[in-house]
Design a protein around this ligand. Structure first.
Ligand SMILES: *[C@@H]1O[C@H](CO)[C@@H](O)[C@H](O)[C@H]1NC(C)=O
Ligand SMILES: *[C@@H]1O[C@H](CO)[C@@H](O)[C@H](O)[C@H]1NC(C)=O
Ligand SMILES: *[C@@H]1O[C@H](CO)[C@@H](O)[C@H](O)[C@H]1NC(C)=O
Length: 241
């Protein structure tokens, strides 16, 4: 009797100690995702007059929809709304708060497992703070990467971002068609550790579900057009048409 029970006990002990040590439900990285409105609206047929990178979201690398009873309430972030409307607009539906609600439920409630992000105000204000600190638009402009008809080398864009922040970003493109000789710049992710210092995005892989995040409206039912850019294909950074 005893002999057969011992291994089970050992296993139970090993499992419980693993839980204590690594807190498996806690995220270890935050992904600050920017999208380029012209590219997004080229895919979604929306019309915006925005020629700067806008926020898509602040996503922990672990967890989705962590607390369905924690409802989004825009009056809790009233002081942030002017900045939210400018920096984190709903490109499909500019007058709606639906995008923020969606991002809160899907990602914010998971980010909120960290004390530093455990309220709607903390979550949204930290996202805005990181977005303004990253200041992606200025960095790209400063190094002469500007929306235009010319095509850029992928490595040039990646190199500028990597040199400036000191970490590897994740850059996503849209393929205009099967045999196109260029790709369209769509989304740029900068990653952060739980203490908000920049981190290589490639340290851990991101679940694929995140790339389809923009389908929040329910209006879009086809697969996401974003994928990690091909390093050898010229990149189109489209200006406002
Ligand atoms: C787009 O925005 C720019 C700068 O804010 C403005 O000068 C221009 O008139 C706007 N165009 C349209 C079509 O709204
Ligand atoms: C979920 O959110 C509700 C409402 O804010 C809160 O009372 C509850 O403690 C949360 N549950 C967890 C597991 O965080
Ligand atoms: C939203 O938050 C405000 C401020 O705390 C509160 O007065 C209001 O009741 C909340 N609304 C809902 C629907 O929970």
């Amino acid at each position: 009797m005893k002999l057969c029970c011992v291994p089970l006990l050992c296993l139970a002990a090993a499992v419980s100690s693993a839980f204590v040590v690594s807190t498996p439900h806690m995220w270890t990285k935050l992904i600050l995702t920017h999208h380029w409105p012209t590219t997004f609206c080229g895919m979604e047929h929306c019309h915006v007059n925005i020629s700067y990178w806008t926020l898509h979201g602040l996503w922990p690398d672990k967890g989705i929809d962590c607390n369905s009873s924690w409802h989004f309430n825009s009056s809790l972030i009233e002081d942030l709304l002017p900045d939210m409307e400018k920096s984190w607009p709903d490109l499909l539906n500019p007058l709606s708060t639906g995008f923020w609600k969606y991002e809160w439920h899907k990602h914010g409630t998971c980010a909120a497992k960290a004390p530093s992000l455990n309220s709607q105000h903390k979550y949204f204000s930290k996202a805005l703070e990181l977005y303004h600190k990253a200041d992606l638009d200025s960095i790209l402009k400063k190094f002469d990467i500007i929306p235009s008809e010319q095509k850029y080398q992928f490595r040039h864009i990646e190199g500028v971002i990597e040199n400036f922040y000191g970490v590897k970003p994740k850059i996503q493109c849209v393929q205009p068609s099967k045999n196109a000789d260029y790709q369209i710049l769509g989304q740029i992710e900068i990653c952060f550790s739980p203490d908000f210092t920049p981190l290589d995005c490639e340290k851990q892989s991101t679940p694929g579900a995140f790339s389809e995040d923009w389908k929040f409206s329910g209006r879009v039912n086809r697969p996401s057009g974003f994928s990690v850019c091909d390093h050898d294909v010229p990149v189109y950074y489209p200006p406002l048409s």
